[in-house]
Design a protein around this ligand. Structure first.
Ligand SMILES: CC(C)(COP(=O)(O)OP(=O)(O)OC[C@H]1O[C@@H](n2cnc3c(N)ncnc32)[C@H](O)[C@@H]1OP(=O)(O)O)[C@@H](O)C(=O)NCCC(=O)NCCS
Length: 166
C-alpha cells in the first residue's frame, strides 16, 4: 500500500531522479537524455508532472505543446517548435520506476495530467506508444489513430489521441 503519493509540477531538483527513472524504464535508444529533460523542466514545467512518494520521485509525465497534429517530428522532443499556447499537449514520456510499478502511479499521473490539460484549455492530448500499451491508454479515453510513421529508437509506434473538447 502506497503512503502519501503527491503529484506535483517538476522543478530542477527533480532532474536526476527523472533521468534515473527514464534510464530504468526505456532502452538507451528511446530514453530521453538528461539535457532533454532539463530543457522540458526549464521551458515547460506546466507540462511536466512528477509523482513523489515519501520524499522520493518515483514517476513522471512530461510533454510539449503545439498546434500541429503530426507529432512524429524528432526535433519537437527537444522542444523545437514548442508553443505553450498550442492546442495540443504531446506526451513525450510517462514512466514509473520499476520498483514502484503496478500500484496505480502512472494512472494517477495520467488522470492529473488530463485534468491539468483541461484547466489549460487544451483541445487534445496526443502520444505515441507501443502496441501492448494501447489498451492501457484506451482506459483513459485515448483513441488509437493507428500506426505512426515515427521510427523513434527503431521501434513501431501507435499514435493515440484524447480529445478534450466537448
Ligand atoms: C507503462 C507504465 C508507465 C505503467 O506504470 P504503472 O504505474 O505500473 O501503471 P499503473 O499501475 O497505473 O497501471 C498498471 C497497468 O498498466 C498496464 N501495463 C503496465 N505495463 C504494461 C506493459 N508493459 N504492457 C502492457 N500493459 C502494461 C497494465 O494494464 C497494468 O495493469 P495490471 O497490473 O492489472 O496488468 C510503466 O510500466 C513504465 O514506466 N513502463 C516503462 C516505460 C513505458 O513503456 N512507458 C510508456 C511509454 S508510452
Amino acid at each position: 500500500m502506497l503512503k502519501a503519493l503527491t503529484i506535483r509540477h517538476a522543478d530542477m531538483d527533480d532532474l536526476t531522479a527523472c533521468h534515473t527513472i527514464e534510464a530504468n524504464c526505456f532502452p538507451p535508444s528511446e530514453a530521453a537524455w538528461a539535457s532533454s529533460l532539463r530543457n522540458r523542466i526549464e521551458q515547460y514545467p506546466d507540462g511536466f508532472l512528477v509523482a513523489e512518494c515519501e520524499g522520493r520521485v518515483v514517476g513522471q509525465v512530461n510533454s510539449g505543446s503545439t498546434n500541429k497534429d503530426d507529432i512524429t517530428d524528432e526535433e519537437f522532443k527537444q522542444l523545437i517548435g514548442h508553443d505553450p499556447e498550442g492546442r495540443n499537449l504531446v506526451i513525450f514520456s510517462l514512466s514509473v520506476h520499476p520498483d514502484f510499478q503496478r500500484r496505480g502511479i502512472a494512472g494517477k499521473l495520467l488522470a492529473n495530467f488530463i485534468g491539468h490539460a483541461r484547466d489549460l484549455g487544451k483541445a487534445a492530448i496526443k502520444l505515441l506508444c507501443k502496441e501492448p500499451l494501447v489498451p492501457y491508454y484506451a482506459r483513459f479515453g485515448f483513441a488509437d489513430d493507428g500506426l505512426s510513421s515515427s521510427s523513434h529508437g527503431g521501434a513501431v509506434w501507435h499514435a493515440m489521441t484524447l480529445e478534450l473538447e466537448d
